[in-house]
Write a protein that binds this ligand. Structure first.
Ligand code: NAP
Ligand code: GFB
Length: 362
């Protein structure tokens, strides 16, 4: 990664509250303050030392931003963001060495072999083997090192392909996943099985979150291996620069729920602090916020001011046509949470990409 400083594109922040307005603090606000006070007292008791595996990736960087720039870090806490350069987690010895070095009390486990549809279709075996090794090394080492809590990251593509919608957390093991990403999906499903086994045998508090398609600053914008939004942002940027048509893979009809990485980062920090279940929770926007790939293409074209021709290459796979997930469980816990509107988040990510083109993963 070259040294050029990164340019963050900030979403408009709410005006700071002035003294006299604080007297207008509503009852729910006072209750929230009280809860925060309680939390800080609990955390102050034994400040967490949080190890974030996969801390250099899309989701890891978002959590780092929330922790360092949005006051997500409480007094006395230590947060360590690992990359594969610090330790190759497919290797048990390197995994143990990293845990020995940092002695975490809590772990957010994000590290994984990750990629878009077309990389999965080419490398299902590598996705299966690498992720099985990484997950077993991290969870077993966490167990041996007496880690209090682990939050791992699954994905909505792991759910059965032939199912009823919207999908919910109880359906993880109810049938085969989509054929395009079976390697990754089975490896990720095993984390849920491992969490239940560590709880049953040792009472460990290892849980997991299930995001849908994530995007944002620091994504993998590589055109062959990246996910749909990041790959299309790069393609559109280049088509505009070169004055060539934009080629979208597939028909544009498949539908997806996209969650902005910063929103996911805020929710994962909340899960680490307050979510007590072993069973996973889906973290995503409402099912009515699902959009078609074509809708997403139009948003990116508008954000990058691309007016050129858009072609759909239907010889390329559409992958799963839909994987609509319910966020009802999340909403029971967090009826208050506000997601960044998709159009605004796409614009901010495109602005981040153009401002950081030469340091971005392309
Ligand atoms: P990403 O941007 O590709 O980052 C992957 C991270 O894992 C990087 O920090 C990478 O380190 C690290 N890593 C990869 N292989 C490793 C290895 N062998 N040893 C140690 N570290 C390794 O991925 P992401 O999108 O942030 O994904 C984070 C988590 O979210 C993953 O568990 C993924 O399955 C899950 N998820 C992602 C999406 C999505 O749409 N992106 C959706 C649902 C769930 P380097 O930087 O050194 O390569
Ligand atoms: O994000 P994506 O690669 O993966 O999106 P999935 C694929 C959808 O976008 C397909 C269309 O319908 C593609 O036809 N698409 C159009 C493109 N143009 C492009 C392009 O240039 N690049 C890409 N990549 N897609 C993944 C799972 O499924 O979802 C992963 O394979 C992970 O495991 C991720 O769970 C969240 O949404 O189909």
């Amino acid at each position: 990664m070259n040294e050029k400083a990164e340019t963050w594109v900030e979403s408009p922040q709410p005006e700071p509250v002035t003294l006299e307005e604080s007297s207008l603090t509503s009852a729910p606000q006072r209750q929230e303050d009280a809860q925060k006070q309680q939390l800080e007292t609990k955390m102050a008791a034994a400040p967490m030392r949080v190890l974030v595996t996969g801390g250099s990736g899309l989701v890891g960087k978002a959590i780092e931003h929330v922790v360092l720039q949005e006051g997500g870090k409480l007094e006395g806490e230590e947060w360590i963001f690992l990359s594969s350069k610090d330790a190759d987690l497919t290797n048990l010895e390197q995994t143990k060495a990293a845990f020995e070095k940092h002695r975490p009390t809590h772990v957010i486990h994000l590290a994984a072999k990750v990629g878009g549809l077309y990389l999965h279709m080419r490398e299902n075996l590598h996705f299966l083997r690498d992720n099985l090794k990484i997950n077993d090394n991290v969870l077993q080492t966490a167990h041996e090192m007496g880690v209090t809590k682990v939050v791992s990251c699954l994905s909505s593509c792991i759910f059965p392909d032939k199912t009823t919608y919207p999908i919910d957390e109880t359906m993880i093991h109810d049938g085969l996943p989509h054929d395009s990403n079976f390697g990754y999906s089975h490896a990720k499903r095993m984390i849920d099985v491992q969490n239940r086994a560590y709880f049953q045998q040792y009472g460990h508090h290892y849980t997991a979150v299930i995001p849908t398609n994530v995007f944002g600053p620091h994504d993998n914008f590589n055109i062959e291996n990246g996910h749909v939004l990041s790959a299309l942002m790069n393609k559109t940027y280049r088509a505009k620069k070169d004055g060539t048509p934009l080629t979208v893979c597939g028909s544009g009809a498949p539908r997806r729920q996209f969650i902005y990485s910063l929103d996911l980062g805020r929710l994962i920090v909340w899960v680490l602090r307050e979510y007590e279940e072993i069973s996973p929770v889906i973290l995503t926007v409402g099912k009515d916020d699902e959009v078609s790939i074509k809708d997403a293409v139009d948003m990116i074209a508008a954000a990058l001011d691309f007016g050129g021709e858009i072609q759909y290459d239907t010889s390329m796979s559409d992958g799963q046509m839909k994987k609509t997930a319910s966020n009802a469980k999340l909403r029971r816990y967090r009826p208050d949470f506000t997601f960044t509107p998709l159009k605004e988040a796409v614009k901010m990510t495109c602005d981040w990409f153009t401002a950081n083109y030469d340091i971005a993963r392309t």
